[in-house]
Write a protein that binds this ligand. Structure first.
Ligand SMILES: [Zn+2]
Length: 393
């Protein structure tokens, strides 16, 4: 578009040159040059130091639960040096959850954990390669898996949003805290603050995907409120703390903001069926929405939707090569100025398993098929990003 305008103006100038005052043509030409030399506004401006101002090329690393603890750090550092940096990765989202040596709440630390020193060493290693580390702590939902409750709800039973469905039903197995409990933020924010300090973070990912238990009729605080209202309250409290008070960039997963009736993504949890989607109009627009879709589609209309609503969007794929390529192409073609790049998720349970796969380790105890698939899709994504970058969009 811009090129065709430039060509038209240039042709017109040439045509005019013989007919009107040459000084006028000269001034017009200088004006045109000054317009062309002004850099386009990047969606990342105002977010602090960026290793690459044009694109967030990110990898999401699981460092919690089974994948938690220090053993994953060795292959991660090796992968940073040998693979991430050469391939242009400039952001790592490091999902650490409760697997950190929290000093403010020792009771909330998982058995396997990394220390503040481990975090600082990782950040320092990344800094050498121009890679930004964004820590992640899953907020609100994902406070359990199957029959295992995570530390917050084990130690503070009163924080749980009581599920409506009987035990054993699938959706009750991802449990939540109640964002209206008057004491929950005090505890959670102190954990978040420790991660911000340990990782010297200028951005924080709050998770908030797959929040399935919300605004329960069994909760005396929430029962008269809508799920969207309660979800937005949790988002806004986190935004107040992270963005307004601490001046960080806030990131969250996008699935609870997408109405399943509006978006043809299938029956999974990547869209909301529990009434949270209207929250999209109740939360600040400076949050970066991580729009995850792992299946192959011709179109990913949520990428446009989030931008139309005023958000920056970070499309995220996983382990399907065709899907990853399709998502990246669609996002590039439908970048209205708010697509910040691409985030490769990995979801490997073995500590360091994804990174071992990337650097060529094939021992089955370290590297699962899941890790190999994620590594293959990561490579495809990097190729696609390079290919797409060469084309006009
Ligand atoms: Zn509640």
């Amino acid at each position: 578009m811009m090129r065709s305008i430039i060509k038209s103006v240039a042709r017109w100038l040439v045509a005019c040159a013989g007919q009107i005052d040459r000084r006028f043509v000269l001034i017009l030409g200088m004006l045109m040059v000054s317009v062309l030399t002004v850099a386009p506004v990047s969606p990342l401006q105002g977010l602090g130091a960026e290793p690459n101002p044009t694109e967030w090329r990110g990898v999401h690393i699981m460092a919690w639960g089974l994948a938690g603890g220090p053993e994953g750090l060795i292959p991660l550092k090796e992968a940073i040096t040998k693979v991430f940096h050469p391939m242009g990765v400039n952001v790592i989202v490091f999902e650490v959850g409760y697997n950190f040596d929290y000093r403010s709440h020792l009771e909330l630390r998982q058995t396997k954990f990394i220390t503040k020193k481990d975090a600082q060493d990782l950040v320092e290693h990344c800094r050498q390669y121009g890679i930004r580390v964004i820590p992640q702590f899953n907020c609100l939902g994902h406070q359990s898996w199957r029959n295992t409750l995570y530390p917050l709800l084990t130690q503070y039973r009163e924080f749980e949003e009581p599920p409506e469905a009987p035990p054993g039903q699938r959706w009750t197995e991802l449990r939540s805290w109640c964002p209206l409990h008057p004491e929950v933020n005090g505890v959670v924010f102190s954990l978040i603050d420790e991660l911000i300090e340990a990782f010297s973070a200028d951005a924080f990912h709050v998770g908030m995907d797959e929040v399935l238990v919300i605004a329960s009729k069994n909760c005396e605080r929430c029962r008269d409120k809508s799920p969207a209202e309660v979800f937005a309250k949790a988002v806004n409290d986190l935004h107040q703390h992270l963005v307004k008070e601490r001046n960080l960039t806030m990131l969250m997963w996008g699935d609870r903001l997408l109405d399943a009736e509006m978006f043809p993504y299938g029956k999974g949890w990547e869209t909301s069926r529990n009434g949270t989607a209207p929250a999209i109009d109740m939360i600040p627009k400076d949050i970066v929405i991580c729009d995850w879709h792992y299946g192959k589609h011709q179109e990913y209309p949520s990428v446009r939707y989030f931008q139309e609503k005023g958000f920056r969007v970070w499309p995220a794929g996983w382990n399907n090569v065709d899907a990853v390529r399709s998502l990246i192409r669609y996002s590039r073609q439908n970048n209205m100025g708010g697509v910040v790049g691409y985030l490769a998720t990995t979801w490997v349970l073995e500590p360091g398993g994804f990174c071992w796969a990337l650097v060529g380790e094939r021992h089955p105890a370290l590297v699962s098929q899941r890790a190999l698939d994620a590594a293959q899709a990561f490579h495809a994504a990097m190729e696609e990003l390079n290919a797409s970058a060469d084309q006009p969009h």
